[in-house]
Design a protein around this ligand. Structure first.
Ligand code: HEC
Ligand code: HEC
Ligand code: HEC
Ligand code: HEC
Ligand code: HEC
Length: 214
């Protein structure tokens, strides 16, 4: 039997083993290196065609996110509001403001305003807003203090490691569903409340690869 394989064949398993250790290390290193926050888009803040301010509309006027981002509880994507939503007020408020010229133009022509996207995951990563906000993951946990932003910027890394940090310990973050859009929410005892919410809602945040990549 031993003659079936030449002598060097004994080396094969070892070489495979060494090879795969090197490969695994390379992957771990690459992931660790490129996923640390310096290599993500934290702080990305494109200049928008209209100087719309969340600080004014949410922080000062106290508007709820849902007034404009109406679909965030129902769908994968949070919609950006149509010009009509702005005109609910701006057909009477600041009607001759230079800063609103493009909004009025869009209203008259019917051409939507072309807002620049701030947050963007690569195509191979799946994310769904409804799945998160309906179990009490607050907008703030992923987008930061939007109510203080004159111009929206990316506050969190949105990297795989960042997603998994919460998926492994969601009790550190979840809040009552009615507080999802609240900015500056602080629970008296987050871990205690978090564990209760996780149990009550059977929260099970996936960490297996196919949940986000398929
Ligand atoms: C009066 C309407 C309005 C309200 C209220 C509002 N938003 Fe927005 N939001 C917009 C518009 C318009 C944009 C696109 C322009 C921009 O990025 O500033 C936007 C953009 C965003 C973005 C960036 C989207 C991207 O391109 O990645 C996030 C995140 C966001 N809003 C979160 C919130 C949160 C959280 C709240 C509540 C605390 C909120 N918004 C309340 C109108 C609104
Ligand atoms: C668990 C994290 C998380 C939570 C909670 C969350 N978002 Fe997002 N949001 C994201 C990610 C990630 C993206 C980028 C999605 C993409 O590129 O597919 C995004 C994108 C957006 C966008 C741009 C349009 C889109 O869907 O790509 C808006 C607007 C937005 N979020 C608003 C909100 C509002 C309002 C809330 C709360 C009601 C909220 N988000 C809660 C992570 C989150
Ligand atoms: C619920 C009413 C309401 C809605 C809806 C609304 N706004 Fe406003 N907006 C205001 C008010 C009130 C002010 C003035 C606030 C101030 O000066 O303190 C304002 C101010 C502004 C300004 C600054 C104008 C200036 O000359 O200083 C811009 C730009 C603006 N809004 C854009 C938008 C856009 C874009 C939308 C739609 C995505 C929108 N607003 C939706 C009420 C609204
Ligand atoms: C702050 C906490 C938090 C962050 C950050 C977060 N998640 Fe989640 N995610 C959850 C929780 C909690 C659940 C479980 C929901 C349930 O059990 O119904 C969940 C569930 C999911 C699911 C399964 C439900 C579905 O949509 O199919 C996917 C996929 C997912 N998250 C993707 C992501 C991705 C991708 C990111 C990063 C861009 C991310 N999540 C960031 C808390 C978070
Ligand atoms: C909770 C969601 C989630 C889970 C679970 C998850 N990933 Fe990811 N993964 C992401 C997101 C989001 C990105 C994009 C990160 C970015 O843009 O920086 C990513 C990126 C990657 C990349 C990087 C590709 C590149 O551009 O370098 C690889 C490789 C990867 N994932 C493999 C895996 C493997 C293997 C598993 C299972 C052990 C896994 N992922 C589980 C969310 C997830």
């Amino acid at each position: 039997m031993s003659q079936l394989f030449p002598e060097w064949a004994n080396q094969v398993p070892r070489r495979l083993l060494v090879g795969s250790i090197v490969l695994v290390n390379t992957i771990v290193f690459t992931v660790w290196y490129f996923f640390s926050p310096e290599f993500t888009q934290v702080g990305y803040m494109p200049e928008q065609p209209v100087p719309f301010s969340h600080q004014i509309h949410v922080g000062k006027l106290g508007m709820d996110c849902q007034y404009c981002h109406t679909q965030v509880y129902d769908s994968r994507h949070a919609n950006i509001p149509a010009t009509q939503t702005c005109m609910n007020c701006h057909n009477q408020i600041k009607t001759d403001s230079e800063k609103l010229a493009l909004v009025r133009e869009s209203w008259e022509s019917g051409e939507p305003i072309e807002w620049y996207k701030v947050h963007m995951l690569p195509d191979y990563a799946y994310f769904n807003h409804a799945a998160h906000v309906n179990v009490g993951v607050g907008c703030e946990s992923c987008h930061g203090r939007i109510d203080r932003m004159e111009v929206v910027y990316q506050a969190e890394p949105l990297s795989m490691g960042w997603c998994l940090d919460c998926h492994r310990e969601p009790e550190k973050y979840v809040r009552p569903v009615e507080e999802v859009t609240t900015m500056g929410y602080v629970a008296e005892n987050q871990i205690e409340l978090g564990l209760q919410l996780v149990a009550k809602q059977n929260i099970d945040a996936p960490v297996y690869c196919q949940a986000c990549h398929y």
